[in-house]
Every structure is written in C-alpha cells, then in structure tokens.
Design a protein around this ligand. Structure first.
Ligand code: TMP
Length: 236
C-alpha cells in the first residue's frame, strides 16, 4: 500500500504504511496557540520535537510504560503503532501554571502539595474542555479500566520524567498525554515535547517550552534546542 496521508493536525501529519498496523508521524514546524487563534512557525521545531519525543518514549519504555513509538525514520519522521486514539487528553501538574493557575486563582509557580491529574475532552471545536471520569463514562469516551490505566501510567510517567529532568536542572511543571488502543491494550501515543510540556530551568526559572511562543517571550527556537541539548547532549 502507498504511503497515504490519513490525518493532518496542527503540528503533525500521519501517513499509512505498507503495514496496516503501523503509521508514520511527520513533525511539522507549524505552531498554534490559543486554540488556533495564534499561528506561526518555529524553525526546525519538527526536527527537535521528533528527537525529543523519541528520547522520552525510549526512556519511558525502559521503565515499563507501553507506547506507540517503534523507531525513528528520519529527522522529522517516526514509525509508530496504529492506535485508536481515546478522545481524552490527560494532564499532570506539579506546579501551578497556565489554565490551572487561572481556574483556581493561584499565581503561577506555586508547588502543588501532590500531583494534580486532569482529563480534558479532546475536541478542537469545543476547545478541549475539562471533564471528569463521570463525563468520560457517560459519554462513552473510555471504559473504567482504560481510565484507570491512563491515570496509572500518567502518574508513573510524571515520577519518571520529573526525576530524570531534575538531574538535568529542569523542572517538569506540567504536561499533556494522549493514549490510544492497540489490540485492546492502552498505549501512550502522540508526542512528548516542549509543545506538550512545561519545562522551567531549575535555577533561573526560565521557561523552556512553547509558552515562549504562546506569550511572545522570544528565543523560542533556542528553548527547544536547549531541551534537546540537556536531554541528549545533541545540537540539532
Ligand atoms: P494548560 O495549562 O494550558 O491547560 O496546559 C497544560 C499542559 O498541557 C501544558 O504542559 C501544555 C499542554 N497542552 C497541550 O499539549 N495542548 C493543548 O492544547 C493545551 C491547551 C495544553
């Protein structure tokens, strides 16, 4: 079968392969924020996010988290297992920032006494509203065992990544995960990158993630390069 595009999102494109169980994800440089109102390009973001996500999937795999990543194919492409994506976005937060800071009226940068797990309905038209497990079951978005697995994996991923990043002088403020089903099994999908996580320098508090784009802070490309460099020592 030909390599055929089957999906184009804000930051990625997905293609079929000769194997119906496998897909190619192509990482673009396009960036959007404010639910698509703000559009731009972050030069080489696709290359950097492909490499950063590869690094994180491999790290999580070594710690027993099942994921869709199979292997890197090129600078901007990875081969993944085909998933039926669950329409639930899972966010874990360690420090207040972004929408949580607004919702609870706390300033950004306050340590939460324990990680906060949130679920959002993956629906662009609605701007991905916050939901809870009652909504998920009532709407038939996922089964209780699947929600339990997503929560278990998300909190375990938080421990693994927070510890790893601390050693690299980075604080994991919060992050968003997506999961899907492959042969009935819940696997981690999508990407893990500065587009989907907040990383702050442990010493200076400098933001090294997509908030630099969202908030027009400048040095956007530099921040993505710095994350790859701290993780792998690689200068892309
Ligand atoms: P939030 O504070 O804006 O709700 O974002 C929480 C985390 O989720 C943050 O690390 C950025 C990530 N995120 C995405 O990956 N995609 C999105 O569409 C949004 C709104 C947030």
């Amino acid at each position: 079968m030909e390599k055929k595009p089957i999906y184009e999102g804000k930051a990625k494109q997905v293609f079929t392969t000769a194997n119906p169980d496998e897909l190619v994800v192509y990482f673009k440089d396009d960036a959007t924020a404010l639910n698509g109102e703000k559009k731009g390009t972050i030069i080489n973001k696709g290359v950097l996010n492909n490499k950063i996500s590869t690094f994180f999937f491999e790290l999580l795999g070594k710690h027993g988290i099942p994921h869709h990543f199979i292997r890197l194919l090129s600078d901007r492409e990875m081969l993944v297992k085909r998933l039926d994506i669950l329409k639930v976005e899972v966010v874990v937060r360690n420090i207040t920032a972004g929408s949580l800071a607004k919702r609870i009226g706390w300033e950004e940068g306050k340590k939460l006494s324990r990680p906060v797990l949130e679920m959002y309905y993956k629906n662009d038209e609605l701007g991905d509203p916050l939901i809870n497990d009652y909504h998920i079951y009532a709407m038939g978005l996922a089964q209780p065992e699947q929600v339990a697995k997503m929560a278990e994996y998300a909190l375990k991923i938080n421990s693994i990544l927070s510890g790893y990043l601390k050693a690299k002088k980075l604080e994991l403020i919060d992050f968003k995960l997506e999961f899907g089903l492959h042969n009935g099994e819940v696997l981690l999908g999508d990407e893990i990158s500065p587009d989907t996580c907040r990383f702050w320098d442990s010493e200076t508090g400098e933001k090294l993630d997509k908030d630099r784009f969202r908030r027009d802070l400048g040095n956007v490309e530099e921040a993505y390069h710095e994350i790859l460099f701290r993780l792998t020592g690689e200068k892309a």
